[in-house]
Design a protein around this ligand. Structure first.
Ligand code: GDD
Length: 377
């Protein structure tokens, strides 16, 4: 059995895509085969007591300092680790060259694209990536970012694509009664409900969705928009909702159980993620799409980065090619809204799609094989 240390700034109980990815994959590995070094967070004690692998936490963000390198070396020695996995590639990956043991990187996309456009950082990142034993890419898009940066200097097996996934036993299709109960519990409409789940930042495109709903033919009835998440864009979105007269509800941050139930209660899931800053900011993948599909809900997905890999286009939902365009979003939304049979068919396809390709159990096997292939080679 190989042994490794995962060093990351992003681990639960903090909430987010990277946290979900790391936890849901790593908790499925043999608990004796790795340990985690991460940052402290509210609720961490309780969280750490509930898991069966070892977690050590430090105050504040993990930065590429000499003292952190010494700490990692010490831990790796005690744990007899064969490999150190660092996430993100920058700045934490800069520690790689200082460590006594081989290292690898976990890539999500943005942390490669942004530094690779800044001349000084580009060289540093390239060096850090070239000397890594393995690059674990959270999807095709971050893998492509790595190939774009390293070009011919990279041997193919060094990049292992391990897609994000979903816990298909927890995210399930609810009964009609359960759907209704959640809606009543949260004071939501019993008519059509469109769900959006994300940090409220411009890149995630809640503004396009609000504008698209406002453009629908009101005579045929409008859906209610359910917005889950928090963030700096909330006030602007609130003003947009007020001006447009869209029926929308901000639900804030929800507990995991509530969120699962709400996904299942929705008729349509939509997140019109888009590129920003001339492509510097893109969607790495979009775990929220998988979660919605696991609950049998068809998706509208903005075409950005690797997001279109998170659904079966035309089968389990639609990709909106220009996610800034409210009109085309509105048309796609209308197609789903006015066609319950299509929603049902796409919802069934969605569930099958994630079960066969994005079950975290099989993805964790891919991860294990990828790590073993470099350590035990
Ligand atoms: N419990 C709870 N409550 N969970 C939430 C809430 C909430 O209010 N809001 C969001 N989440 C969870 C979602 O359920 C999902 O698991 C995660 O936070 C969001 O993940 P992504 O949709 O993947 O977005 P991200 O921007 O945070 O993640 C980044 O890294 C991912 C992994 O590489 C992006 O680059 C993604 O595109 C990428 O998939």
């Amino acid at each position: 059995m190989s042994r490794h240390l995962l060093v990351t700034n992003d681990f639960p109980p903090k909430v987010g895509g990277i946290q979900n990815y790391l936890f849901e994959l790593w908790r499925r590995l043999d608990p004796a085969s790795f340990m985690v070094l991460t940052t402290d967070h509210d609720g961490a004690d309780q969280f750490d007591r509930a898991v069966d692998f070892e977690i050590q936490r430090v105050k504040g963000p993990l930065l590429p300092t000499a003292s952190l390198a010494r700490r990692i070396d010490r831990l790796a020695e005690e744990f007899q680790a064969d490999l150190i996995l660092l996430d993100p590639a920058l700045p934490l990956g800069m520690l790689g060259h200082r460590l006594q043991r081989p290292y690898g990187l976990v890539l999500h996309g943005a942390e490669v694209v942004i530094p690779s456009r800044i001349p000084m950082l580009r060289g540093i990142l390239k060096g850090v990536m070239k000397d890594a034993e393995i690059l674990i890419a959270a999807g095709r898009y971050p893998a492509q970012c790595a190939y774009d940066l390293l070009g011919e200097s990279i041997a193919e097996p060094k990049v292992a694509i391990v897609n994000p996934g979903v816990d298909v036993d927890r995210f399930v299709v609810p009964s009609p009664d359960a759907k209704l109960a959640v809606r009543r519990d949260l004071g939501l409409t019993e008519g059509l409900g469109v769900l959006f789940v994300s940090r409220l930042v411009p890149r995630k495109g809640a503004d396009t969705l609000i504008k698209a709903i406002a453009m629908l033919d009101q005579g045929k009835g409008s859906p209610q928009l359910w917005i889950v998440g928090s963030g700096r864009d909330k006030a602007r979105l609130g003003r947009l909702i007020e001006r447009s007269g869209v029926d929308a509800v901000f639900l804030g941050k929800l507990s995991q159980d509530r969120l699962v139930a709400l996904y299942g209660a929705a008729d349509i899931f939509a997140m019109l993620c888009r590129n920003r800053w001339f492509g510097l900011e893109q969607e790495g993948f979009g775990i929220v799409f998988l979660e919605a599909q696991a609950c049998g809900v068809p998706c509208l997905v903005g075409d950005s980065g690797g997001a279109s890999d998170a659904l079966d286009p035309g089968g389990s939902g639609f990709v909106v090619q220009n996610p800034k365009d409210a009109k085309s979003t509105s048309l796609a939304l209308e197609t789903l809204m006015r066609n319950p049979e299509l929603r049902l068919r796409m919802g069934q396809r969605a569930r099958n799609f994630v079960e066969s390709d994005f079950d975290y159990r099989s993805l964790a096997d891919i991860l294990k094989d990828a790590i073993d292939s470099v350590v035990l080679a």
